[in-house]
Design a protein around this ligand. Structure first.
Ligand code: XMP
Length: 512
């Protein structure tokens, strides 16, 4: 088990999770906790170092989150970032200046005095700023360690007490030496050892789950994607037969996908797995529904009913496990506490309350690429590890307009060509998601001697790191040409293929 543990205290910055992620990238275990946690609670977590994140508030303002002075009495190394720096300045007797305007963007950081954080880094160096308020004078005992053209105190430190603070964002990619600075904090200033990897993440989760669940039972909604499969395998290792997986085949899946995953799990793990064939129910609930939100609601409701029904046949469970990732969790203004809201479109939304189950979300701190590393660590095959994300409502939100069996079949055939060609050209792993969309309109074409009047398929292939933003993939024209030719030749009812060249924002990845 790793010895080092960094607690990131979340003051509501949009990029808090990036800090935790960079710490993990440096090989140190890291967790995010709400700034509502008291010093005693934090001490009980036995952190080896603490990082105070940035945040949108202004220190001293009504309702602004505060720093429990007890934290600084723990004698644990602390790094304050942005709002975290201002909190340190305020708590320890420095001078702050309020500002209603924000400085946002790159700046050149000069090193004003020696500091362990700057070890091995040549100054001046480019850093990323995003702040309003500023520190005018550091607290007693602190040296100004860095400044910029607009900030006299861009970084400060009391190395004797091992308290460091920076106004800029070392976690941002745009801060050229940001990762080196974080590493210097972890290894030089706090003296930690890089003793963590994705392999130890899996071990830790398995250990924690064993302890938390004991001999109770867990149900897990398996979707066939990498996230829920990783959750199921980790839980299976933790509690074995007390895990009950339910896979609902809603008829809205890709060609053969449901079978592939179920087969693999059955073959390789002695897992309790129920596959429910519910295609007809979903189709009947979707009849005549055209509005995307109504589709999601209808699918969500049907899913809950079926899942509940199946779960009743199993031994009583106290927990529901699901593969929520960090980007699925929208932290509510997080200083109000750890309450987190799941995206409204999440597939199992509503289940835990209805069935009075406690949620288990072992991956909720991770990004997709980190989950893929865990998946590789625990030995899952490439076709699961690298599977593109697939929405819970499935092909229903890619058949624009009314969803019928016929239209689903057309889309499924076109989509399977997209999947096959992306794989064969080597592009599948290079893009975030690639799929076909069936448009609710017909256009004129010519085939042989005749005029046709048939459907249009749109190709959507995007690059992204976490689906929050995305851009259309610059897949070579010959790959697109092959996909298009094959779809038009092989899928009857389609005579035109178009390529979607919109970025997110303002468009979204899915069309509905
Ligand atoms: P958008 O379309 O919002 O998609 O840019 C972002 C990511 O989320 C997936 N997505 C969904 N996933 N239920 C899901 O489980 C949904 O209703 C849903 N809608 C979109 C989408 O595929 C992309 O990865």
């Amino acid at each position: 088990m790793p010895q080092s543990k960094v607690i990131v205290i979340d003051y509501g910055s949009q990029v808090t999770q990036l800090i935790a992620r960079r710490v993990r990238e440096a090989g140190v275990y890291s967790e995010i906790h709400s700034c509502a946690a008291t010093a005693d609670e934090v001490a009980a977590m036995e952190p080896s170092a603490i990082i105070l994140s940035g945040g949108p508030a202004s220190v001293g303002e009504n309702d602004a989150p505060t720093l429990d002075p007890g934290l600084l009495a723990l004698n644990i190394p602390v790094l304050g970032i942005c709002y975290g720096m201002q909190l340190l300045a305020e708590s320890l007797g420095g001078e702050l200046e309020r500002s209603s305007t924000r400085e946002y963007g790159p700046a050149e950081l000069r090193f004003d005095s020696q500091c362990l954080l700057w070890d091995g880094i040549a100054g001046p160096t480019r850093v990323w700023m995003s702040h309003g308020d500023r520190v005018l004078a550091p607290p007693p005992g602190f040296a100004v360690t860095g400044s910029t053209a607009t900030l006299n105190v861009a970084a400060m430190a009391d190395e004797r007490r091992r308290i460091y603070a920076v106004q800029f964002h070392p976690e941002a990619h745009h801060t050229t030496s940001g990762q080196d600075m974080l590493r210097n904090f972890l290894f030089r200033a706090a003296g930690l050892a890089p003793d963590w990897s994705m392999a130890s993440f899996a071990e830790r989760i398995i250990g924690e789950m064993k302890e938390r669940i004991g001999n109770k039972h867990v149900v897990c909604a398996l979707s066939g994607g990498v996230d829920s499969t990783v959750v199921a395998v980790l839980l299976h290792r933790a509690i074995g037969k007390n895990l009950h997986c339910i896979f609902v085949d809603n008829g809205l899946l890709r060609l053969k996908e449901a079978d592939e995953v179920a087969e693999y799990l059955r073959e390789h793990f002695d897992l309790n797995l129920t596959v429910v064939q519910a295609q007809e129910i979903f189709l009947s609930r979707l009849a005549k529904v055209e509005d995307p939100e109504q589709k999601r609601k209808a699918i969500g409701r049907a899913f809950i009913e079926i899942f509940e029904e199946e779960a009743k046949k199993l031994p009583h469970a106290d927990f529901l496990a699901q593969g929520t990732l960090y980007p699925d969790v929208i932290e509510s203004t997080s200083h109000k506490g750890p309450s987190a809201v799941i995206k409204s479109h999440h597939n199992v939304g509503g289940l835990p309350e209805k069935m009075r189950l406690t949620l288990i979300e072992p991956l909720r701190e991770l990004f997709k690429d980190e989950v893929r590393k865990v998946a590789e660590e625990i030995g899952l095959p490439d076709f699961i590890v690298w599977r593109h994300p697939f929405p819970g409502p499935g092909l229903a939100i890619r058949v624009l307009g009314e969803v019928t069996k016929e239209r689903l079949d057309v889309l499924r055939s076109a989509d399977s060509i997209v999947q096959r060609e992306l794989r064969e050209s080597g592009w599948y792993r290079r893009v975030w998601q690639g799929f076909a969309v069936l448009l609710p309109l017909r256009t004129v074409g010519v085939m042989g001697d005749g005029r046709t009047y048939e459907h249009v398929v749109a190709l959507r292939i995007v690059d992204s790191v976490d689906a929050m933003t995305a851009d259309w993939s610059r897949v070579p024209p010959d790959v697109i040409a092959r996909i298009s030719t094959r779809i038009i030749n092989e899928v009857s009812g389609v005579n035109r293929v178009v390529y979607d060249v919109s970025s997110k924002p303002p468009s979204t990845i899915e069309w509905e």
